[in-house]
Design a protein around this ligand. Structure first.
Ligand code: USQ
Length: 407
């Protein structure tokens, strides 16, 4: 594959940072933008990244030293169309990976302010990117991060985006119904509709990635791990379930399995997520094509994963108790769940086979930050309920001046 110019929207995040390293290592020219909102949202949750991540200036310096390559970074808000257009004009990306959204279901369920913030932030940034592409580079490829959660948990198999429907004797190939389960997940559905329409209306090309729940601490490219590490969150809003279980195990806190634990989801290790996003970037769809990839390694129930974390903890001499806590979310706990994920395999995706060693690596890495996790213990229990009536601090709407120093 010839090297291309890739713009990462949300380059400072859990996925954005390792993706920059991964793409640079493969010879691509990478630039990115971020307004450090993720650092601020996690701070609002009373938490911070367990892994001590660097500020962007030091991150760029580390890249230059380790990869002998420059990483271009602009601080700015993707909700500003002028900012997006200006940076696209300067960098002339051939591919844009949009990770610059608020990724949390619980955060969006706090109250009306958080719900409207998440939807406006996510939908506006995507529209700005689509319009800037149409105005400046209609040939470019958008890789847009969606979520498996857009589909919900239907009682039938989940295809990759589209399926054939027969109704009253006629058939059509249509978008599979979306039944999201939080204001955040619905924001991704609205994005999907907008991206699909932009492809149909303007002939743009896009890959809409329905990603499962990511977990993990590292990828191969973090050779200089101390300086290259990505953030790792454990609070109820921004910490995903396996990452939270591992952090809990490391400090002897009970693993907080919500409800019965028989909820089934698609999961994907961080390194596989990087592999899949790169495959999408390097294999663009044709003009006008809107394609959907379901991106996960395997489907597991939450109980299976809790038991796996418990098992791997034991091997490391840690006692991890599993506790069924009352489920703060409204979600089906016992349900059918089967989803296709062939498209990425067809492009060459090689899923991590040993999930046990992946979990073990997370535990080992986190053991080095035990003290920090203990300090953050209070954020491990959930108090955001789907019923509403959440008492929470007000939303901070502008990035603090020193945000890039926060983690
Ligand atoms: N859960 C627990 N215990 C916990 C935390 C969560 O049992 O301590 C349960 C939840 O009830 C839920 C499941 O674990 O059934 C997943 O929760 P999560 O917080 O790991 O993931 P979710 O809210 O679904 O969102 C995450 C990412 C989001 C992405 C999504 C993929 O934060 O950005 O879109 O995973 S998916 O779930 O497939 O839609």
């Amino acid at each position: 594959m010839r090297p291309i110019r890739v713009f990462i929207a949300g380059i400072d995040g859990y996925l954005g940072w390792p993706l920059a390293l991964h793409l640079i290592n493969r010879g691509h020219t990478v630039a990115g933008a971020d307004n450090f909102f993720r650092r601020k949202w996690v701070q609002e949750m009373g938490s911070c990244s367990v892994t001590p991540i660097l500020g962007m200036e030091e991150r760029c310096k580390a890249v230059e030293e380790c990869f002998a390559d420059k990483l271009l970074f602009w601080e700015g808000d993707l909700r500003s169309y002028e900012f997006v257009e200006k940076k696209f004009r300067e960098f002339e990306p051939e591919a844009i990976v949009h990770l610059g959204e608020c990724p949390s279901a619980p955060y969006s369920m706090i109250d009306v302010h958080h719900a409207t913030f998440v939807q406006m932030n996510n939908i506006t940034t995507t529209l700005n990117i689509l319009f800037a592409m149409q105005n400046l580079m209609p040939e470019a490829h958008l890789v847009k991060l969606g979520t498996m959660g857009e589909y919900g948990t239907p009682n039938i198999d989940i295809p990759e985006g589209f399926f054939e429907v027969e109704f009253r004797g006629r058939t059509d190939y249509m978008p599979f119904p979306r039944q999201a389960n939080s204001w955040y997940h619905w924001s991704k559905v609205h994005d999907s509709n907008n991206v699909m329409f932009a492809c149909r209306n303007w002939g743009l090309r896009a890959t809409d990635v329905m990603q499962g729940i990511v977990f993990g601490t590292r990828i191969e490219e973090m050779r200089d791990y101390q300086r290259m590490m990505t953030r790792f969150d454990i609070d109820q809003s921004f910490g995903t379930v396996v990452n939270r279980f591992c952090a809990q195990a490391v400090i002897g806190h009970p693993l907080t399995l919500y409800g019965l634990g028989s909820q089934r989801r698609g999961f994907i290790p961080l390194r596989d997520s990087m592999q899949c996003l790169t495959l999408s970037v390097e294999n663009p769809p044709h003009e006008g094509e809107y394609r959907v990839f379901n991106q996960f390694q395997e489907i597991y129930s939450l109980s299976e994963l809790a038991l796996l974390v418990q098992d791997m903890s034991k091997e490391l001499g840690l006692e991890a108790e599993i506790v069924h806590t009352q489920n703060p979310r409204k979600e089906r706990e016992t349900h059918y769940y089967k989803a296709d994920h062939q498209n990425l395999l067809d492009l060459g995706y090689k899923p991590t086979e040993n999930i046990r060693s992946e979990i073990s690596q997370v535990l080992v890495d986190l053991m080095g930050y035990r003290k920090r996790i203990l300090e953050l213990k209070a954020v491990l229990l959930p108090d955001i309920h789907w019923e509403g009536q959440n008492r929470r601090v007000a939303l901070l709407d502008s990035a603090p001046a020193e945000a890039s120093k926060l983690n």
